[in-house]
Design a protein around this ligand. Structure first.
Ligand code: SF4
Length: 241
């Protein structure tokens, strides 16, 4: 049976598999999906540690695999620089950005709308323009309160498969993998950040929840930008809300 069809207990796997087993499982998931979807399999890169981990795994499966980066006008300088270096090294990663005018400080007054315009819309465009049938993400189920019910293979949008090959990895295992493979990360981690986003909406936070520093003091605190919760394929030209 293909691992893509697995019905395994994800929460159990988080605790029972070791790092080597998790790496092998992630590589198998990407390999099987790549065999199935070929060039229409594309890796999404948020420029965070989980994304660079997934990108490295994907390149081990095939150097031909493409990627896309969604950036916004509010990304910290360090992330912008890291993005430039990433694209210089991997020109097969295409950058998508929405520069349309938005109300001043929309991230304070309506962060959902701000994320929708600046993040969700460019992801939709990436999926359409790159003719993606399977997108590969760095989602992990131990990352925060909103990320506990995802599966390794999902079809939230009809005709668009989402592959989450490192879903069962813990934060520590990401850092282990990156250190063992000598992979460079966004310099903001050295300042104490654990989860990275746009500058106005990301703070350094401590405590259990890895995403606790995201959208502090808003209804979205520790939450999601919408990329993983809103339709990405259907109504591509509509507002989808
Ligand atoms: S993270 Fe903040 S600034 Fe970035 S798109 Fe979302 S609300 Fe806007």
């Amino acid at each position: 049976m293909s691992l893509l069809d697995n019905k395994d207990d994800i929460k159990k796997l988080v605790e029972t598999l070791n790092l080597k087993q998790k790496v092998d499982r992630a590589l198998t998931l990407i390999k099987e999906a790549y065999e199935k979807y070929d060039d229409s399999l594309v890796v999404a890169n948020s420029l965070g540690k989980d994304s660079v981990c997934v990108w490295d795994l994907a390149k081990k499966v095939s150097p031909k695999i493409r990627g896309f980066i969604v950036t916004t006008r509010f990304k910290p300088q360090e992330t912008v620089q890291f993005m430039k270096e990433t694209v210089a090294q991997y020109p097969e990663q295409k950058v998508f950005k929405n520069d349309e005018a938005i109300p001043d400080k929309l991230y304070q007054t309506d962060p959902d709308r701000c994320c929708y315009i600046l993040k969700v819309l460019p992801v939709r465009r990436a999926i359409k323009e790159m003719e993606v049938k399977c997108w590969v993400t760095g989602l992990r189920c131990t990352e925060g309160r909103t990320r506990t019910d995802f599966k390794e293979v999902e079809e939230r949008d009809k005709g668009l498969i989402k592959l989450n090959p490192i879903l069962i990895w813990k934060e520590r295992e990401i850092w282990q993998y990156l250190a063992l493979n000598g992979i460079k990360v966004n310099p903001l981690y050295a300042q104490g950040y654990r989860s990275l986003g746009c500058a106005p909406c990301t703070k350094i936070a401590t405590g259990e929840d890895e995403r606790a520093g995201r959208w502090i003091n808003t209804s979205k605190c520790g939450g999601e930008c919408g990329i993983h919760t809103r339709p990405l394929k259907t109504n591509v030209d509509g507002d989808g809300i």
